[in-house]
Write a protein that binds this ligand. Structure first.
Ligand code: RIB
Length: 307
């Protein structure tokens, strides 16, 4: 049986507002659409990985409220095994998502609640599970010390580690050295390195800077331009894999990370794993919502087979 994928992160109830533009301070504008749905980068990645065929455990904290019940239903439907600490002193995470009507692009505010209280001890109590994994994945919506502890436990056991550094934050070299793969988008790569990332050549320079600080290999996700994979011996640009017109980009990075983790856990070559992640993301952006937009394995395989 394939070894599991362990994802650390938070769940949010996404409240998504579609409008022509963001309101200014003091201004009220009329929007075009509202949707409430499951989100949170870690939870989205866990759902994406499970839908793509991974055996996924998700380590998180929830409050004891209606949004927590939505989280559990979401994971049950996708086949994610929850590893939850219930935190009755806080609330389940929630996110405000502005969706730009013309493009489907977004701007997000996260109130992480219980997820913002995930502690290194939450990882210590799941250390055996993490050590048994093929791949450990985390992001930065929960506190950095928890992400660091999870990465350290995984690394010490030889488990492949992926850090999706979102939202962007300054990280020290010791933490970067725990990452086999880091998967920033362009703005996150800029924040991590202080370098501009607007072209492929600049993405390569940012990747080199991250590897000089200890990262194993870098995948810069480039939105509509696909992804750049770079390690110490090669640089490969994987173009976007389109499945149709873009409806909403929320969760596209999460789809990529979930798909990438599954392909790695199955022993795929890393460039094939990047392509698998791109296909997962390519389908997710053709649908509204975050976790609910994640494709099945059959859909991903069919898109890749089309070439
Ligand atoms: O990556 C998209 C996610 O970021 C949303 O689902 C939102 O909850 C925020 O965490």
């Amino acid at each position: 049986m394939t070894r599991p994928i362990v994802v650390l992160g938070i769940f949010n109830a996404d409240t998504a507002y579609r409008a022509d533009r963001m309101p200014r301070i003091g201004e009220t504008i009329l929007g075009q659409h509202f949707a409430l749905g499951p989100g949170g980068k870690g939870s989205n990645q866990a759902v994406a990985a499970a839908m793509a065929g991974g055996r996924v455990h998700f380590v998180t904290r929830l409050g004891d409220d209606d949004f927590a019940r939505t989280a559990r239903q979401t994971w049950e439907r996708a086949g994610v095994t929850p590893e939850v600490t219930v935190d009755r002193d806080s609330h389940t995470g929630a996110a405000f998502i502005f969706l730009e009507a013309a493009t489907g692009n977004n701007a997000i505010i996260v109130a992480s609640g219980a997820g913002g209280r995930i502690a290194p001890e939450d990882l210590d109590t799941r250390a055996e599970l993490i050590r048994s994994a093929a791949v450990f994945v985390t992001q930065l919506e929960q506190p950095i010390p928890a992400a660091r502890r999870g990465l350290a436990i995984a690394r010490a056991a030889g488990v492949t580690t992926i850090l999706n550094p979102a939202p962007a934050a300054a990280l020290d070299d010791a933490m970067l050295a725990l990452c086999d793969y880091i998967t920033p988008n362009e703005t996150e790569a800029e924040t991590l390195t202080g370098l501009p990332v607007t072209t492929l050549a600049e993405a390569e320079r940012a990747a080199d800077a991250l590897m000089a600080r200890g990262v194993g290999a870098v995948i810069v996700t480039l939105g509509g331009n696909g992804a750049l994979y770079r390690d110490r011996s090669r640089s490969v640009h994987v173009p976007v894999i389109s499945a149709g017109p873009v409806v909403e980009t929320t969760g596209a990075g999460d789809a990529f990370n979930g798909g990438f983790a599954v392909a790695l856990s199955e022993g795929c070559d890393v460039i094939e794993a990047v392509r698998f992640g791109c296909a997962t993301a390519g389908i997710s952006v053709t649908r509204a919502g975050a976790a609910v937009a994640m494709p099945s394995r059959a859909e991903i395989d069919a898109l890749l087979a089309r070439g």
